[in-house]
Design a protein. Structure first.
Lengths: 381, 264
């Protein structure tokens, strides 16, 4: 779960990480009032979840409340990176001397968390890792004793700081780490962490992505403001139904059981010249109702021209899948050509049910994928 | 699992101690089970919020092979489990895995038995049903399997491809390996590097799912996500090519490529 910049900043501020004085504005007038309150030049920042806001014109600067109002109005009426801007964060502009980078994230190969830092912040850390890996400092976080004060000091020193600046910076790293752990962060990032002209450190931009699998222990996020265009109607419905769904930009609707199988199905469609409209994994042992919901979601996507259902049933029962398809037929009507590949547990029963209902069932994934794409390419119906 | 011939000697479900399920005695705690009956592995189906607890309990009781079927375990918990397991010299398979199956001998997991046939192909995969798909294809073309291991679809899992490749190399039953990867992480790249630098005595064929997955989106599995430019299918395929490991374009090609390698 990605949090907005303002949410992340509010959280880290509670842990003692210095952040610029800022306020959330939903209207241009509010932005003006906040800029007035701050009584100094401000940055007006679109609160969207996509990265790369600045480059896309999502961050504007204002020297007066009037300018802040104008900037906010401009941003609030616009779409940045394809997302409608619903609010802006008006914060005190910093006098930047240097931009640093610090994050806590997961190192999969080491199977633990890792602290990543660089004296070259404000840029794409991945790019930096490729072009100048020597500029990046990494410290693995021991699962027992964690990221400690001495680790933080070592990093601060490596970034070139000494004396009180070193200890100040280290203290911020530590506070940031504590927030990251408490919030089950997949990624907790300060980029840039600014060294101001008077030698202080302030987190100018913070990102926090909470591990979705840990949300059950962060109940306060269960109902939080969602980015309006972050989820399409199909994605929203899928989320409510507990289905794994990703909208893509093609026209072949895809449903399967098992993430790897579905990914491979997407790849196969692409290999044969088609373009998947979506990824949808019904998971293991899906009920007829789940299948019906899945099919409804895929069919409700106006881009879907044909549907390919790929089932290799282990704990998933083919007769259950067949009944689900019939259920969808009853509820919403199956209005598009559909290719069904059905193999596995109770396959005979499943095929019987579908064939009797007039559906054609195949047993080879490749053949089914090819036939699906042929329909699209031939412009047929 | 019992049907397959696995010796399930005890069940552990807090509150259900003293009962029997399919003629297997159930206990309240792992230690009680272990005190009553000797066992050396554990398979965990406990719901995500409590699964790590179950894993710790198994490790505490001295069990050295832990299969965690459960999906959606928090990363923070998984990190702790893996660390403890390593300290205890225990092997964790998963989480979010269909388990491990040695054909004709033992199944610790949920894999559908009927798709697997006895043979010499070692199968190691990050996926569930895609693995069955490939096993099915192999079985239908006379390329049976020795052992099949699901690493799990999560970002933090116990065994890696390299770990299993090492096991397969020592395993007499295994004459060739089918490695099924997907986007996310760098386990495939590490496997390719291992094969390229250490050399590998048996033929390996790979498949990588997610060539067409968009960046930044989680494709079902918690570990199947391209972060920025890390974890792309292209990077994995490139790594395998450099290591002279043929990469199948579609699941069916795994059969063909392995057949070629085995001279069939």
């Amino acid at each position: 779960m990605k949090l907005f910049e303002y949410e992340a900043k509010q959280i880290f501020a509670k842990y003692g990480v210095p952040t610029p004085r800022g306020f959330l504005a939903k209207t241009a007038k509010e932005a003006r009032e906040f800029a007035s309150l701050i009584n100094a030049p401000v940055a007006v920042k679109s609160q969207i979840l996509a990265a790369g806001r600045a480059k896309a014109g999502g961050i504007l600067f204002a020297d007066s409340p009037a300018e802040a109002e104008k900037a906010a109005r401009q941003l609030l009426e616009s779409e940045i990176k394809g997302v409608k801007v619903q609010s802006v964060w008006v914060e005190e502009k910093l006098a930047i001397k240097k931009e640093l980078y610090f994050s806590i994230t997961v190192d999969r190969a080491e199977r633990c968390y890792v602290a990543v830092a660089s004296a070259e912040g404000g840029v794409d850390i991945e790019e930096l890792a490729k072009t100048s890996p020597e500029k990046i400092v990494k410290v693995l976080v021991d699962p027992v004793y964690g990221f400690r004060a001495y680790h933080a000091r070592q990093i601060a020193k490596k970034l070139g700081y000494a004396e009180s600046q070193m200890t100040d910076l280290a203290s911020i790293f530590l506070k940031h780490y504590r927030g990251a752990v408490d919030f089950d962060a997949e990624l907790a990032e300060m980029n840039p962490l600014v060294e101001t002209t008077d030698g202080k450190f302030v987190a100018a931009d913070t990102r926090l992505i909470i591990d979705d699998n840990a949300l059950f222990r962060h109940q306060e996020f269960v109902s939080r403001p969602m980015e309006e265009t972050e989820l399409t109607p199909q994605e929203l419905k899928a989320q409510k139904s507990g289905l794994a769904y990703v909208k893509l930009d093609g026209d072949v609707g895809i449903i399967g059981n098992g993430a790897g199988l579905v990914m491979a199905t997407l790849d196969a469609i692409h290999l044969y010249g088609g373009r998947p409209a979506n990824f949808l994994d019904v998971g293991g042992g899906a009920s007829a109702d789940m299948i019906a919901v899945a099919l409804d979601i895929v069919l409700s996507d106006p881009n879907t021209k044909v549907v390919f259902i790929n089932i290799l049933g282990g704990i998933t029962r083919c007769d259950e899948v067949a009944n689900g398809i019939l259920e969808a037929q009853k509820r919403v009507g199956v209005t598009k050509p559909m290719f069904i590949r059905l193999v596995g547990t109770n396959e005979e029963e499943g095929r019987r049910i579908l064939t009797e209902a007039g559906f054609h069932v195949l047993d080879s994934m490749e053949e089914a994928a090819q036939k699906t794409v042929e329909i699209i390419l031939s412009g047929g119906d | 699992m019992l049907e397959y011939g696995t010796h399930i000697v005890a069940g552990v479900t807090p509150g259900k101690g003293g009962t029997m399920v399919h003629r297997v005695p159930v206990y309240d705690t792992v230690q009680e089970a272990k005190d009553a009956i000797s066992g050396d592995a554990s398979i965990i189906f406990v719901p995500a919020p409590f699964a790590a607890d179950a894993a710790f309990e198994a490790l505490d009781a001295g069990l050295k092979t832990i299969v965690i079927i459960t999906e959606h375990i928090p990363v923070r918990d998984a990190v702790q489990v893996m660390f403890r397991a390593r300290k205890e010299g225990a092997v964790v398979i998963g989480p979010n895995t269909p388990g491990i199956l040695t054909v004709g001998e033992c199944k610790l997991g949920i894999m559908p038995a009927h798709v697997f046939k006895q043979g010499a192909v070692g199968l190691v995969s990050r996926s569930g049903t895609l693995t069955y798909e490939i096993a099915n294809g192999l079985s239908m073309h006379g390329l049976g399997q020795s052992t099949c291991i699901g690493l799990g679809g999560d970002p933090i899992v116990g065994l890696s491809f390299v770990d299993v490749l090492k096991e397969f190399e020592q395993d007499e039953q295994t004459k060739a390996v089918a490695l099924i990867g997907e986007i996310g992480g760098n386990f495939e790249e590490l496997a390719a590097e291992f094969i390229a630098t250490e050399g590998y005595s048996k033929p390996v064929v790979a498949f990588v799912a997610g060539r067409t997955a968009p960046a930044g989106k989680r494709m079902g599995h918690a570990g199947a996500i391209i972060m920025g430019s890390t974890g792309t299918a292209a990077s994995k395929i490139e790594a395998f090519k450099k290591a002279n490991v043929p990469v199948a374009e579609k699941p069916g090609d795994v059969v063909r490529l392995l057949g070629e390698k085995l001279g069939r």
